[in-house]
Design a protein around this ligand. Structure first.
Ligand SMILES: [Zn+2]
Length: 642
């Protein structure tokens, strides 16, 4: 992920815009009066936190990301806006070094290789005889329906030493890259073979939905180990990925709760039955990095872990981590002796649910989804759970045991900021441990835990924030198409004329900067277009020079997307036609998104204005629909450029 995405992720667009615009919450979004045009009648300005964008549907008819807003509001250029926002996000702007470019390219390439493997394993599951057993297992034993299988791209690795090896070899991938991507295992003598054999395959994607690795589960109950994951690689770091988070993040935000389960099947089946806020760590206890990733979306966590003893232990470890990763605020309080000290309070609500009847989450939710809902709803605050776990099987008459338990549990009560609630917990502890509550308080001479310093956290893992991207939905898709167009144009800027001619012949507007959605892509588009209106340099040289000059902006991905394998075969003309089609596609995607955004605005206004509609807005919508019609028509025909 580049620095620009990182800045967008660190900053809350609602925070920034509400400094100058009075915003009102309306469902998931915010509306207000546009700061860029005079208007006090219709609030036609909308901020969409989920996509990190804003739009004025009134007179300006403009929108964009947080950079665009700051540029317009402060009257600064992109470079200046970038500096301001980087500063605010506490992110250092660093030039993209050749090493970094190389690493980014390597990652993209390995991801592509893994995507091929997803297709291969999927095909094995769906269309082969040997996949039959796996299909039956998923559907009959696990209750997974075909639609779910498709959504989670489940697959089957055949019982073979070289199935994926040969498949990818035929696709032109070298063996060493398959090893690096974690698909093959290399023996001491240099022989290589498929790492995953006769297993159900789970593609593992990072928070942005990019491929990171695979998990494989045995079909034959005698095979060991039951589960294997991809090995650690530049793509796969199991302590910083949460399975399912790319699909759960939206629901975690909207339900304002994250449910943590302990297995891939649990995540999948719980989602299938309608609870899409579940995620799972990678077969280990929850890590700090994972916890910090989650807390971008919610502060309410429920741990629904396996009922076995290992699960219980994992819960406790997970809780410790969770407490460490979450912020604490510090309140001055009086202790029982009237002395002032500071207690820290957890800015989060951590609960643990107890799963009944020795069942796993997927079994419960399949038995009855209402049971699952109830279990999550009645999850106990961690303190009760910890108390239960600590006291189970202990001799509570032994003073030593008592004091050990108190020292472990008491810090947890300090996390609770609600005083009556906290007192209730303390009374409960005193009751269970059969001690006087005052004794309990006196034992706890405020050992204020040192708040974890941010610096330290940043040193212990390499890419915490950078794994989070807000731009995950349509905008991400648009962004990728935009990048592809720009990559082509920066190699062949003059082809803009041919593209424009074609667009006009189809009744469409010529290519402009506003065809690109993100500010950084608009900026690069402008450079490319500028190269055509100057005659000092060859356009390509001009672009190269400008890009180098703006080394501060080099985090903009100027690197071209990796060439498709069949690209070489394509003639130049085919590439031009393909790019022209992409231009129309990106317009179509962005118009569709605008219409969707528009519908949101309309529905929020209908509630207020009793259905009365602003005529400017009506015209705007008609215009969008008309433009979409023209595009649909042009896209229904093959693109022929002479
Ligand atoms: Zn406006």
């Amino acid at each position: 992920m580049n620095t620009i995405d990182e800045i967008k992720n660190q900053l809350d667009i609602v925070d920034i815009i509400s400094e100058s615009v009075k915003l009102r919450r309306s469902g998931k979004n915010y509306t207000g009066f546009c700061p860029f045009h005079a208007n006090t009648r219709t609030p036609a300005f909308v901020v969409f936190p989920e996509t990190g964008t804003w739009r004025c549907f009134g007179e300006c008819n403009e929108g964009g990301d947080v950079f665009r807003f700051v540029m317009k509001k402060e009257g600064v250029d992109f470079r200046e806006a970038l500096k301001m926002l980087a500063n605010r996000a506490g992110i250092q702007l660093e030039p993209l070094t050749p090493q970094k470019i190389e690493r980014n390219e390597r990652e993209d390439y390995l991801r592509k290789l893994l995507e091929e493997a997803v297709i291969f394993y999927r095909h094995q599951l769906m269309n082969t005889d040997s996949g039959k057993k796996a299909r039956a297992y998923l559907r009959e034993k696990r209750g997974i329906n075909p639609k779910t299988e498709e959504v989670w791209e489940l697959g089957y690795a055949p019982k073979s030493w070289d199935a994926v090896l040969n498949y990818l070899k035929n696709k032109g991938y070298p063996v060493k890259d398959m090893i690096e991507a974690g698909l093959l295992t290399e023996k001491q003598d240099g022989k290589v073979y498929d790492r995953f054999r006769h297993r159900v395959m789970f593609p593992i994607r990072n928070i942005s939905g990019q491929m990171a690795g695979f998990g494989g589960r045995v079909l034959n109950p005698d095979d060991v180990p039951k589960f294997i994951n991809s090995p650690q690689s530049i793509l796969f770091n199991k302590s910083s990925i949460l399975y399912g988070l790319d699909k759960a993040r939206k629901s975690i935000r909207s339900s304002n709760q994250a449910v943590i389960v302990e297995g891939y099947f649990d995540v999948i089946v719980v989602h299938q039955e309608g609870f899409q806020n579940a995620v799972s760590p990678m077969g280990t206890a929850l890590t700090e990095v994972q916890m910090r990733m989650l807390k971008r979306f919610t502060r309410n966590f429920v741990m629904a872990l396996d009922p076995d003893a290992a699960g219980q232990k994992a819960t406790l470890r997970g809780l410790e981590v969770a407490r460490g990763a979450l912020d604490h605020t510090s309140d001055p309080v009086f202790d029982s002796r009237g002395l002032l000290h500071h207690e820290s309070r957890l800015q989060a609500d951590l609960r643990v649910s107890t799963l009944p009847d020795e069942l796993d989450p997927d079994e419960i939710v399949l038995r009855d989804p209402n049971d699952w809902e109830q279990i999550i709803k009645t999850a106990k605050p961690i303190i009760y759970h910890v108390l239960d776990s600590l006291t189970a099987g202990q001799d509570l008459d032994d003073p030593k045991v008592k004091s050990t338990i108190i020292s472990q549990i008491f810090p947890l009560t300090m996390d609770i900021s609600n005083i009556p609630e906290r007192d209730a917990y303390r009374q409960q502890i005193a009751r269970v441990l059969k001690v006087d509550e005052r004794v309990l308080l006196d034992m706890v001479i405020p050992k204020t835990r040192k708040p974890k310093s941010r610096k330290k956290i940043q040193q212990t893992d390499n890419q915490p924030a950078s794994t989070v991207s807000l731009l995950f939905n349509e905008y991400k898709k648009i962004d990728l198409v935009d990048q592809e167009i720009l990559a082509y144009l920066s190699k062949l800027p003059e082809s803009k004329y041919k593209i424009d001619r074609f667009l006009r012949s189809s009744g469409l507007n010529h290519l402009t900067v506003s065809d690109f959605t993100s500010t950084e892509n608009q900026h690069l588009a402008k450079l490319i277009f500028d190269s055509l209106s100057q005659d000092d340099l060859d356009p390509v040289d001009y672009i190269t020079l400008k890009v180098e000059e703006e080394s501060i902006l080099t985090e903009i991905d100027h690197s071209h997307p990796p060439a498709k394998p069949d690209e070489k075969k394509n003639s130049e003309l085919r590439q031009l036609e393909e790019t022209t089609r992409l231009v129309m596609q990106t317009r179509q995607l962005s118009i569709n998104q605008q219409i969707k955004d528009f519908q949101f605005l309309q529905s929020s206004q209908n509630e207020e204005n009793n259905g009365e509609q602003d005529t400017v807005l009506q015209k705007r919508l008609l215009d969008l629909i008309k433009r979409r019609g023209l595009l649909d028509r042009a896209l229904s025909k093959p693109v022929n450029i002479k």
